[in-house]
Design a protein around this ligand. Structure first.
Ligand code: SAH
Length: 236
């Protein structure tokens, strides 16, 4: 964790913060911090800055914080992610958040296993945990919005056109398209397939909604690797 993400509930006065639980354990175990040390902190959906530790025990951390910096710029990128298996979902949410993606749509696709939609990791609370880990990793405070679209066709036909309007739609598919564009400044909506890939019908439906097919060469990459590689090609 490279930043302690605070919520307004952590504040006991204007600038005094008290923490327990996971963050306290991290500060004790990983940072091995002591009174007087300075830690990077940020308030969720707000500014970032520093906290000076004024009290530290096995069950509480007290800090005097000053929040003066803006969080880093967001990427102009929306990611449509075919719902991956729970372990991959957790990692993908963390990666996307750390990269600066602020809008994530978890969508259905033919090759998404139905049982994945029953996963406890899709609860609001569990998703929130992964987003927080991504923000703490990257030193950011702005929580991404995560939407679940459990039916592919109504989503792509009814809601996607408005989402992609004025933006560039790209569907990552290993076969048949152009090479992934690089160093662009457009806002992008990027669709990433499931482990088994999109079926041709789905790629066609996305193309009907205005998406261009793009590839990254012949190597088939894991979802989170593909997303990271595409993002770094698209934006400098
Ligand atoms: N077995 C599938 C690959 C799935 S990889 C197939 O052969 O089609 C999971 C997703 O990651 C893909 O649907 C695609 O969105 C993305 N991806 C992985 N490697 C890629 C590449 N070389 N080019 C473009 N997209 C890729």
């Amino acid at each position: 964790m490279n930043l302690l993400l605070l919520t307004s509930d952590d504040f006991v006065s204007d600038s005094l913060v008290k923490l327990q639980g996971r963050q306290l354990q991290h500060v004790l175990g990983v940072h091995q911090a002591k009174v007087g040390d300075t830690l990077r902190v940020g308030l969720v959906n707000d500014r970032m800055g520093e906290g000076i530790i004024t009290g530290l025990s096995a069950d509480s951390l007290e800090m005097e914080v000053s929040l003066t910096e803006q969080p880093p710029e967001a990427l102009p990128l929306t990611v449509l992610l075919a719902l991956p298996r729970p372990k991959m979902l957790k990692r993908s949410l963390q990666h996307l958040t750390a990269l600066g993606v602020k809008r994530i749509v978890l969508m259905n696709s033919y090759r998404v296993e139905k049982s994945f939609w029953q996963s406890p990791w899709l609860s609001e609370e569990k998703i929130h945990e992964q987003l927080v880990l991504g923000l703490e990793q990257a030193r950011d405070t702005i929580l991404p919005e995560v939407v679940q679209e459990k039916r592919f066709k109504p989503f792509v036909e009814d809601r996607l056109p408005a989402m992609v309007e004025g933006k560039r739609g790209l569907v990552a598919h290993p076969v048949g398209g152009n090479a992934c564009p690089h160093q662009i400044s457009d806002e992008v909506v990027l669709a990433i397939g499931p482990e088994g890939g999109f079926i041709p019908y789905e790629v066609e439906k996305l193309e009907e909604a205005g998406f261009e097919r793009i590839h990254l060469g012949s190597r088939i990459l894991r979802v989170e690797t593909a997303v990271t590689a595409i993002t770094s090609k698209l934006y400098d």
